[in-house]
Design a protein. Structure first.
Length: 167
């Protein structure tokens, strides 16, 4: 039986890392540590097919998504750890500053209007979220500017864990 990931409700409740350098405004080097990520071969195949389309190739942020896919450890869907965020996963987050928790589902574009509880893979935070694991942290853009630091508390639903490899 197929389960809709949006039906999952949110309830309160030493990985390998890669270091990336970037040049700051004053010419100084800013180092960022990015957690290792795991992505299913099915997700990579579907995303690369989407990114090759004319409409998607012109979107801002596609290069960042491709960079994430390029650095990912790509595994077969059945080998994805249950704690990893994959496409169509529903994730519970915690704002580190306030302790407030919220849930979102990582989705492909299309299929009608985006719901408030979804994140498109083509949004910057969506591409940064793919492949992360429970316990990892990410900067989340706030409406109107600024960022929140959030932690992935749990992956409430993951298609691979549910045996829904055909999604």
């Amino acid at each position: 039986m197929r389960t809709d990931p949006r039906q999952h409700r949110c309830r309160a409740g030493a990985r390998g890392e890669q270091i990336h350098g970037a040049m700051g405004a004053k010419g100084d080097v800013i180092m960022q540590i990015k957690p290792a990520i795991t992505v299913s071969s099915l997700d990579v195949e579907r995303l690369e097919r989407l990114m090759a389309t004319h409409e998607v190739a012109a979107l801002p942020g596609i290069d960042a998504l491709q960079a994430e896919l390029d650095r990912a450890d790509v595994v077969e869907p059945a080998e994805v750890p249950a704690t990893v965020v994959t496409m169509n996963s529903t994730v519970r987050f915690q704002e580190l500053s306030s302790g407030k928790e919220f849930c979102r589902t990582l989705v492909y574009p299309g299929g009608g209007e985006a719901a408030a509880d979804t994140i498109s893979i083509f949004a910057p935070v969506g591409s940064a979220l793919l492949g992360l694991s429970e316990g990892d942290e990410i900067n989340w853009p706030k409406p109107g500017g600024g960022e929140l630091r959030v932690r992935i508390v749990s992956v409430l639903y993951q298609p691979e864990r549910a045996g829904e490899l055909h999604r």
